[in-house]
Ligand binder design. Structure first.
Ligand SMILES: [Fe+2]
Length: 318
C-alpha cells in the first residue's frame, strides 16, 4: 500500500507567532520525510520473503515502519490542530476537560508542563480519548510511537526541535506558548465527538447468566471498608480449594456442590456475595440457586482471581 500525502489542514499565513517558513519546512521536510520513509520501508517489506528473512531484518524494518507510520499520523493531526483563534477551548470541550482534569487550567498546566519537560529532548504531547474509560488523558509519546493502546489522539503538540528551532531557536517555552494560542479548538471538538462515538472494548458477556446480578470486586471491597453488612461466600470447587493456599479475607468457603446443605446457615436479611475462581459458571450458578431460594445474592465478577488482582486482602487457608 502506498500512503498518499494529506494536504495541510491549517492555513499557515493566518497563524499567530508561527512563521510560514517554519510551518512549510515542518510540513515538507518532516511530515513529508516521514511519509516518504514509510512508503520506502513498506516497499522493502513487500519484497521480503518472510519465510527466509533473518529476524533482525524483519525486526528492524517493522520497527522503522512503526516509527514512520506514527510520525506520519501524528504530523497530520498536528497540522489539523492549528488555526488562528482566541486559544480558548469550546464550551463542550471545556466541560470535558473540567470533568477529566478538574478544570481547564489544570489540564492546560499539565499539558504545558509535559511539553516543557520534553524541551531539549524530543517527543509529542497528546491529548487523547480513551474509549475504555470514556475519558480524556494527556500522554507523552517519545520516538513517535508510545501511544495509549486503543486510544484516539485529538490534539497533538510536536516538541521535536524541528517543530520550532527556525522561529524560536532553543526557546521551546516560547514555541509552546505560541502553539497554545493557535489551537483550533473547533476542530479538536469535532475529533473529540468522533472519538466519543468509538465503542469501548467489549466486556465479558455471559448471556446464560444474564438474569443474575453481578458486583465488582472494587464494590465488594468498598462495602467491606464501609462496614456494610454482607455475607461473602467463597464457592470455589473443592478440588481447587484443596490445592490453594489462601482465601479472601472476610469470606467463608462453602462447597458449591452442597449448596442445599449450607444455605440454611445464611441470613436472608443481609445481601450475599458469592464467587468462584474466575467468576464463570460455578459462582453464577451458586448465586442463582441462592437467589431462587429467596436470598439477595449476587456473584462477584472476576472471582478470587480478580480479588487478588486488585490487591484484595487474603488469609492463609488450608
Ligand atoms: Fe514534527
Amino acid at each position: 500500500m502506498r500512503h498518499p500525502i494529506t494536504p495541510i489542514h491549517c492555513r499557515p499565513w493566518t497563524l499567530n507567532g508561527l512563521s510560514l517558513q517554519l510551518i512549510e519546512s515542518h510540513y515538507e521536510n518532516n511530515y513529508g520525510g516521514a511519509l516518504r520513509r514509510l512508503n520506502a520501508i513498506q516497499q522493502d517489506l513487500e519484497r521480503l520473503d518472510f519465510a527466509s528473512a533473518p529476524g533482525h531484518l524483519v525486526n528492524g524494518l517493522k520497527r522503522e515502519e512503526l516509527v514512520a507510520l506514527n510520525s506520519t499520523l501524528l504530523h497530520e493531526l498536528y497540522f489539523a490542530c492549528l488555526a488562528f483563534g482566541d486559544g480558548r477551548p469550546t464550551e463542550a470541550l471545556a466541560q470535558a476537560l473540567a470533568r477529566d482534569f478538574g478544570s481547564v487550567d489544570r489540564w492546560r498546566d499539565e499539558f504545558v508542563a509535559m511539553a516543557g519537560a520534553l524541551a531539549g529532548g524530543s517527543g509529542w504531547v497528546l491529548l487523547t480519548y480513551v474509549p475504555r474509560d470514556h475519558r480524556l488523558a494527556n500522554q507523552v509519546a517519545a520516538e513517535h510511537t508510545q501511544a495509549i493502546a486503543g486510544a484516539i489522539p485529538v490534539l497533538a503538540l510536536d516538541v521535536y526541535e524541528h517543530a520550532y528551532h527556525i522561529d524560536f531557536g532553543a526557546n521551546a517555552r516560547a514555541y509552546i506558548d505560541a502553539y497554545m494560542r493557535n489551537i483550533d479548538w473547533k476542530a479538536v471538538q469535532v475529533r473529540y465527538e468522533d472519538a466519543c462515538g468509538v465503542a469501548p472494548p467489549r466486556p465479558l458477556e455471559q448471556p446464560e447468566f444474564g438474569d443474575i446480578d453481578a458486583v465488582s470486586v472494587e464494590d465488594v471491597r468498598a462495602m467491606m471498608q464501609r462496614g456494610d453488612p454482607v455475607q461473602i461466600v467463597d464457592a470455589r470447587p473443592r478440588h481447587y480449594v484443596s490445592r490453594t493456599r489462601d482465601i479472601m479475607d472476610g469470606a467463608t468457603w462453602r462447597d458449591p456442590e452442597r449448596v442445599q446443605e449450607w444455605q440454611g446457615e445464611l441470613s436472608k436479611d443481609q445481601p450475599v456475595v458469592v464467587f468462584c475462581v474466575y467468576g464463570f459458571h460455578v459462582g453464577c450458578r451458586t448465586a442463582r440457586v441462592l437467589r431462587d431460594a429467596g436470598f439477595d445474592a449476587k456473584y462477584m465478577a472476576g472471582g478470587h482471581a480478580a480479588w487478588r488482582a486488585i490487591g484484595g486482602k487474603t488469609l492463609a487457608y488450608g
